[in-house]
Design a protein around this ligand. Sequence first.
Ligand SMILES: Cc1ncc(COP(=O)(O)O)c(C=O)c1O
Length: 310
Amino acid sequence: MTDTHTTHDALEDARNNDIKIYVNGDIVHRDDAKVSVYDSGFMLGDGMWEGMRLYDGVWSFFDDHMDRFFDSCKAVSLDVGMDRAGIMEALTATARANDMHTDVHCRLMLTRGVKVKPFQHPSLSRSGPTLVIIMEHSKPADALQSKGIRLATVPQVRGLPMAQDAKYNSHSKLNCVIACLQAEQAGADEGLMLDPHGFVNTTNACNFFIVRKGAVWTSTGDYCMNGVTRQKVIDLCHANDIPVFEKNFSLYEAYGADEAFLTGTFGAQTPVAEIDGKPIGDGHRPVTARIRDLYKDLITQDIQAQSAAV
Ligand SMILES: Cc1ncc(COP(=O)(O)O)c(C=O)c1O
């Protein structure tokens, strides 16, 4: 066994062995949750997904996730077949069937559905989309907060938006999977990906930030996932007088950063311990800790606001 960590390391929870999964309106035991081998998602990675978290009965930042999801589906002419209230109903029914209330992670997946022939053309998907919702009891492993994650810069880059725009949270994540494999084979946990010009962009599964002299830097956003957590961190910095810059920077500045952290719905903010074997800072992470606290408060505010709205 290697000592690999991922930004999605969660505490073991035996209840997940018996979860129920939503498949096109049916909610069934995970062993019975199946999609066709003709499904566009299986065959081509032709689908979109969202990762969301449930805290105190509220899906955090639901509207932000739905904005991205519906924009992505529209951009690839994938008819969701319901509005965001319908998605919320499906989420609520799945959570209820599983008796889940808090510290839950969900992967909501929509594909172009079952094809009549095993070929690429979207018109071969004729029976409507496939919607699957997997919900698991999930608490990020604490060890990552103290230990931090190890990154390796990888040869696989983020492409230009006219190839496959990184803003699509598509089922096909091969670009990211290749980057992750390269990082693992270099002895790291996750891959740090550059943009086509060589500037530091993002990791294979999270957005990437550095802290230099009290200021927070992240990429321009041109080649990375438009992360909900990324935007929340940028907004929190603006609202709390923490200097924040969306700008091009190179590995030179990343290696010499005082702190670095990743953002994503699952782990919120995960500290980076090293990049390409070089330790980042001296292990003190006051800015990351402050942003983490602000983000926790923001989730609480969101729970209150969404609860008050129903
Ligand atoms: C490649 C990539 N980057 C970043 C993120 C983080 O996005 P979010 O903060 O919306 O979870 C994700 C999550 O889906 C992702 O797949």
